[in-house]
Ligand binder design. Structure first.
Ligand code: VG1
Ligand code: CO
Length: 543
């Protein structure tokens, strides 16, 4: 076994987005593309001597090849130990759990999360630090800078390792352990939830439909829900991970998980439906004929957290990403705990969680999580809901309506304009930003703009500043419109417009969401010339 140094030519550099580096599989298949990123990563990290690294991915196309490359490079880098999931598979929450439980220096997650997979689909890579969470911007920027300079790749000249069986291998001076992808994660779940109560719930005939969307959540859901908690076989559907997710979009929302929504609307619908994404960190919760908005889900979990063993002592605080609805703010106020507002992306929750300032956090994009790990966690959210339903005896819809009765309903929707030209998207944002100074106090289409800014965030723990995180308009009665460009897409640009209106009138709670938000959509069009810049008459997706 030899250590080899491979000279390469200059790369253009690959700036990671909201959540690591995501590109088309065909881009990752270019010679030394992945190697360039991994070498840059190792170059900016401290010494690997005596350290442990975790490696795994969501099993999508190119996962197997990438894992072998990373193992050869990590062994050349000199890690003492590498923990890799069997078959190269680990969900994102599982990587986070393993890093923390095994005191690893960090981990490499191979996933493009909610983006489609397959030879024509997307692939991705990101680094998580010792707390189990995504590397902060300081590190991702350093990796990016280094990708521009890397001229040689260090790797072992060795054969592929057999990763489909548990066991231990030696690569140069490094021990490679192939671990059970589910075991550590399951331990963490057992420490948080009342498994007895959930088991009793299923024993009473409660029916759940968990759609793993042919992605990595399948094995975790089979093991915990069906084998351990006694949910009947067939509770988990699409539970076998496929390299191309069956050609579907592993992004749990009512548009992509249409099959689940249909089941939940049927006369014999189960009591609860749920779905997760490519790497199992997102969750969608559905009641009988009732879709739960992610922002409401977060607020419900916060409101009832003390019913769950892991949160019995109460929450130190909560956090939400800026575009997420303010439902959780109202719950936090009632609980008398702080509520932080962060930029989009899970990496911004890390410091708050580490400092003990928050216990629960979430995003409007179907991401919810807590201090148990440093990633959002799809199955955790499902178990949390099951625990609440089991001990409260209420229904999914019942819990959400209770929230609305108490705090009013934050009627909410996100409109995505996908695949638009990058230049035109930038122009839209530029034109919008230019109007910001003149907006406060203006009345347009009968709606008064109270405040307008481009969201900037100073991390309360380390003071680091993140600017230009999205243009937000606050209207009368705390209605909001937020504009930002996606940082996870791989073709063209995606404009996201987030709309929120607080309704205290109970009689308006059942009006169609898009109808309630129509005046905000008209205002968004007026200030941002959305149709002009996107060339689209309608959003491509509304969630
Ligand atoms: C999207 C979501 C964001 C989420 C990110 C990663 O980012 O809006 O809330 O944190 O995806 O989620 P963007 O920049 O496209 O809006 V995952 O499950 O794809 O890692
Ligand atoms: Co994800």
């Amino acid at each position: 076994m030899r250590l080899v140094t491979i000279p390469t030519s200059p790369f253009e550099g690959q700036r990671p987005g909201t959540s690591g580096l995501r590109k088309k599989v065909t881009v990752f298949q270019q010679p030394f593309y992945l190697e360039n990123f991994v070498q840059a990563l190792f170059d900016v990290l401290p010494s690997a001597h005596g350290q442990t690294l975790v490696v795994g991915g969501d099993g999508r196309y190119h996962n197997r090849i990438a894992v072998q490359v990373i193992l050869r490079m990590a062994a050349a880098r000199g890690y003492a130990r590498i923990l890799v999931g069997r078959g190269g598979i680990l969900s994102t929450p599982a990587v986070s759990a393993i890093i923390r439980r095994r005191r690893a220096m960090g981990g490499i997650v191979l996933s493009a999360s909610h983006n489609p997979g397959g030879p024509e689909g997307d692939f991705g890579i990101k680094y998580n630090i010792a707390n189990g969470g995504p590397a902060p911007e300081k590190i991702t920027e350093a990796i990016y800078a280094r990708t521009l300079e890397v001229r040689e790749i260090h790797m072992l000249d060795s054969a592929d390792l057999p990763l489909d069986e548990l066991g231990s291998h030696r690569l140069h001076f490094t021990t490679i352990e192939v671990v059970d992808p589910v075991a550590d994660y399951a331990e963490v779940m057992r420490s948080l939830f009342d498994f007895e109560a959930i088991r009793a719930l299923f024993a009473r005939g409660f029916r759940l439909r968990f759609d793993a969307m042919s992605a990595v959540a399948g094995p975790y859901a089979h093991s915990l829900l069906e084998h351990e908690l006694g949910a009947p076989a067939g509770t988990v559907v699409n539970g076998t991970p496929l390299e191309d997710f069956g050609g579907l979009h592993p992004d749990p929302n009512p548009v992509n998980a249409v099959d689940l929504i249909r089941c939940m609307q049927a006369a014999d619908a189960p009591d609860m439906g749920a779905a997760s994404d490519g790497d199992a960190d997102r969750n969608m919760i559905v009641g009988r004929g009732f879709v739960v908005s992610p922002s409401d889900s977060l607020a419900v979990l916060a409101a009832h957290a003390t019913l769950v063993p892991g949160y019995r002592a109460g929450l130190s605080g909560v956090a939400r990403s800026m575009p997420t609805s303010t439902a959780i703010d109202r719950v936090a106020q009632k609980l008398g705990i702080p509520c932080f507002e962060t930029p989009t992306g899970w990496k911004f929750f890390g410091n708050l969680l580490d400092a003990g300032k928050v216990t629960l956090c979430g995003e409007e994009s179907y991401g919810t999580g807590s201090s148990h790990i440093r990633e959002k966690d799809g199955l955790w959210a499902v178990l949390f809901w099951l625990n609440l339903l089991a001990v409260s005896g209420k229904s999914v819809e019942g819990l959400v309506r209770e929230l609305w009765r108490e705090h009013g309903r934050c009627v909410y929707s996100r409109h995505d304009y996908e695949g638009i030209s990058g230049d035109r998207a930038e122009n839209l944002m530029r034109e919008l930003r230019a109007q910001l100074p003149s907006m406060p106090g203006a009345s347009l289409l009968g709606q008064r703009i109270v405040a307008a800014d481009d969201f900037a965030y100073a991390d309360p723990v380390d003071g680091s500043l993140s600017v230009a995180q999205g243009v937000r308009l606050e209207l009368q009665d705390r209605a909001r419109i937020v504009f930002r460009l996606s940082g996870t897409g791989t073709s063209g640009a995606t404009l996201r417009i987030y709309l929120e209106r607080h309704e205290t009138d109970l009689h308006r709670h059942d009006l169609p969401v898009q109808q309630v938000l129509a005046p905000l959509v008209a205002l968004a069009e007026r200030v941002a010339r959305v149709r002009h810049w996107t060339g689209m008459a309608e959003p491509s997706v509304m969630t």
